[in-house]
Each structure stands twice: as C-alpha cells, then as structure tokens.
Design a binder for this molecule. Structure first.
Ligand code: COA
Length: 209
C-alpha cells in the first residue's frame, strides 16, 4: 500500500481562478467529491483512448494520488492539476466537469524547464469550448500571478481535438518528436509565441518540422 504523506496546499481557502463560465480550483485531498470525480474522468472511454489507462480506479487511490502527487506539484511549483467546474446559479455548488493542468517535473527526474499545459473534459461536456476557456484562464493566471512566460503543449499527434485546443489558446506548432519524459513516445509539440526558436534551451532537443 502507498504511504500517505502530510502536505498542505499553498493556496488560500476558497482560491479559485474564475472565467466567464468556469471555476478553476485546487484539488482537495480531503474531498470525497474530488476523489470520486477524478476516478470518473480518468475512466471514461474517451480519456482512456486518448491518454491511456491510469492506476486511479477507485476513490481511495485517487485520494492518495491527490495528496501525494497533486499537492506535491502545488507545493514545489505553485501550480499543477486543477479541477474545472461549471459555475452554477446562486448557492448551488459548482459542478466538476474536467481538469486543466500546468505541470513541470523536477530534478532528479527528467524534466523540461518550462511547464506544459494539459486538459481533460467529461465527454458529455465536450465540444462547448470549455477546454479552451479553462486553458486560457490558467495561462493568464500563470502569466500574471506567477510570471510564467514559457509554456509547452504536448499531445499525441493523432489527438486532433487536443491539437485544436492548443491552437485555439494561441500556441504555435513546433514539430513532432520523441520526448524524453514520455519514454521517447512520438509527441506533437506546441509552444507559446515568443519562446526561443531553439527549444533546446528548455531541455527539448531540436525538432524536425
Ligand atoms: C481534448 C478535450 C480536452 C477537448 O475538450 P473540449 O472542451 O471538447 O474542447 P473545446 O470544446 O474547447 O475545443 C475542441 C476543439 O476541437 C475541435 N474538434 C472536436 N472534434 C474534433 C476532431 N475529431 N477533429 C478535429 N477537431 C475536432 C472542436 O471543433 C473545437 O475546435 P473549434 O472550437 O476550433 O471548432 C476533450 O476532448 C478530452 O478530454 N479528451 C480526452 C482527454 C484528452 O485527450 N486530453 C488531452 C491530452 S493532451
């Protein structure tokens, strides 16, 4: 059984990035709703077909993952994987519909010096622009509050929806290559405009266009 570590979130209670239709908030390891939602999202056929199967198959495993891995990213980087919820009217709680992530590895693991953005939206809520809205919201917050100017987008070259989202949030396609961090898996690379043409400065080798 995996050991649980004690970490606390660096975000103040109630922290939320608000966009016109969405609330983007940190995961809470003590929330059974958050744990249950992650199990649901990561076990849809859509997610498994696009991103592969994870080990997060029940709420207990999801809670441990959130406590150990998600909180670790928050603590080390001040960013990581956030919950995307649909704003509801008045006092009704927001409805979780997906995740948006700004992830960065850290030594001694293989990592790039710029974070990469990722997203997943429940199939019944997809096609309504939520991934684009959430990703734009996180990018704007990361730029204005964390001073992050360089961000990658990585996805399977055949994942057309994901590629469209990366284009729609203003990223430039920079080529296809095998990424060290993903076990040399062939990956489509996107980068924010203004990032150095030579992606090697971020730890990425030269790409074939
Ligand atoms: C990828 C994903 C997050 C998109 O979420 P979403 O909320 O539906 O995305 P949006 O509605 O904001 O944008 C989707 C875009 O893809 C386009 N699209 C949808 N299906 C498409 C297809 N088969 N081929 C090409 N483009 C497609 C849409 O038209 C839209 O672009 P447009 O606004 O320019 O028309 C969602 O499908 C998902 O969770 N997939 C499984 C997990 C995944 O693949 N995550 C990305 C890993 S890197």
């Amino acid at each position: 059984m995996a050991l649980e570590t004690t970490r606390s979130s660096p975000f103040p209670p109630g922290f939320c990035i608000s966009t016109s239709r969405l609330n983007i908030s940190p995961f809470d390891p003590d929330s059974s709703i958050h744990a249950g939602f992650l199990v649901r999202l990561w076990n849809t056929d859509d997610f498994i077909n696009s991103c592969g199967r994870t080990s997060i198959t029940n709420p207990e495993k999801a809670s441990i993952f959130i406590r150990n891995r998600v909180l670790q990213q928050y603590t080390v980087n001040q960013h990581g994987m956030f919950l995307v919820s649909l704003k509801n009217k008045d006092t009704l709680p927001a409805t979780p519909i997906g995740t948006v992530s700004l992830m960065k590895g850290s030594p001694p693991d293989l990592h790039y010096t710029a974070p990469d953005i990722g997203f997943a939206i429940l199939p019944e809520h997809s096609g309504k622009g939520y991934a684009v809205e959430a990703a734009k919201g996180v990018l704007e917050w990361a730029q204005s509050h964390l001073g992050i100017e360089a961000v990658f987008g990585f996805c399977d070259p055949s994942n057309q929806r994901s590629r469209r989202v990366l284009e729609n949030i203003g990223m430039d396609f920079r080529g296809i290559t095998g990424l060290r961090v993903f076990g040399a898996k062939t990956t489509a690379i996107y980068a924010l405009p203004g990032m150095s043409k030579d992606l090697a400065i971020y730890g990425l080798d030269e790409l074939d266009k």
